[in-house]
Ligand binder design. Structure first.
Ligand code: NAD
Length: 284
């Protein structure tokens, strides 16, 4: 169990914006060595400069998490610079909006690759290395409240976030059974004020600018998502919850008080009527 982050090494994917950047800053204040991985070169460079100016030992690694070779290279680079990695935060994430059947193969593939397959690859790359070094370590996967209760118009996103919760729960149980040195957590925020509604900035060049579909429905949903994110909590509050949650060795890390009601009402509905109690607005 990690209680003190001073002198520990943390790798954070999607670390140059939003929730990842807030955790990077927070861990820097806690005295950690911070390895920032992101696909966005400019944001990554700005993050590294900020950390240098604050005197935080850091390494910025331009990484596309959808490529296993780049995840392996990230792990190698982190170990080469700082030695054993103690915290991995699989956090990079993107979304698309629109009806499930309206979204293209490329949209489905992109969201599944970034939000799910990359998280699996991160766990499978770092977990054996953490077990081999034997020091207290932790893997945190970013899911969402979209992994705890379903909703409309973001089917690829909901699919990946439920799967990341399932993956994390599976890893947690395995860790208990083998008395692993690696703790497991899954982060489930509701709306947070970040760049997630502008995910199209990260889509591969080959895909074109389609994050908000042309249909009227698609653009309405895009507006709703942007409004929700803009009204969300600050990423720094999420970073506080993460640090507290890891110290308490929590499996599920929730960040919004109202999340408790969503989870309870979903569970109640499953075992009582078998139908959602109410049609949910677009969640995140
Ligand atoms: N903002 C919210 O309301 C909210 C709520 C719940 C969960 N989340 C989750 O939080 C995580 C972080 O998102 P955020 O809200 O901070 O958004 P953000 O857009 O501010 O940050 C996402 C980061 O991921 C990076 N990224 C995207 N594709 C990548 C790739 N292929 N390889 C490497 N990096 C990549 C982006 O460049 C960006 O820096 C995501 O997994 C998201 O699903 C966000």
């Amino acid at each position: 169990m990690i209680e003190d982050f001073a002198g520990k090494t943390a790798v954070i994917t999607g670390g140059a914006s939003g929730i990842g950047l807030a955790l990077v800053r927070r861990l820097g204040q806690e005295g950690a060595n911070v390895v920032v991985a992101d696909v966005e070169a400019g944001a990554l460079e700005r993050t590294a400069t900020e950390l240098d100016n604050a005197g935080v030992p850091n390494l910025a690694v331009l990484t596309d998490v959808t490529d296993q070779a780049q995840i392996t290279a990230l792990a190698d680079a982190a170990e080469q610079r700082f030695g054993p990695v103690h915290l991995l935060h699989n956090n990079a994430g993107v979304t698309t909006v629109g009806l499930a059947e309206e979204q293209s193969d490329a949209q489905w593939d992109w969201v599944l690759q970034v939000n799910l397959l990359a998280v699996i690859a991160g766990c499978r790359t770092f977990l054996p290395r953490m077990k081999a070094h034997g020091e207290a370590a932790h893997i945190l996967n970013t899911a969402s409240m979209a992994g705890m209760a379903g909703g409309p118009f973001m089917a690829p996103y909901f699919t990946t976030k439920f799967a990341v919760v399932g993956l994390s729960e599976g890893l947690w149980h395995e860790a208990q059974m083998v008395q692993s040195n690696v703790g497991i957590s899954v982060l489930c925020p509701a709306f947070v004020r970040t760049g997630i509604a502008r995910s199209d900035r990260n889509q591969p060049d080959t895909m074109g600018g389609w994050v908000v579909p042309e249909s009227q429905l698609g653009s309405k949903v895009g507006e709703h998502l942007t409004a929700g994110v803009d009204a969300g909590i600050e990423p720094s509050a999420v970073a506080d919850a993460i640090v507290a949650g890891i110290r308490e060795d929590k499996l599920w890390i929730l960040t919004h008080p109202e999340s408790a009601d969503s989870i309870r009402s979903r569970s109640d509905a499953i075992v009582s009527t078998g139908k959602p109690a109410q049609v949910r607005n677009l969640g995140n």
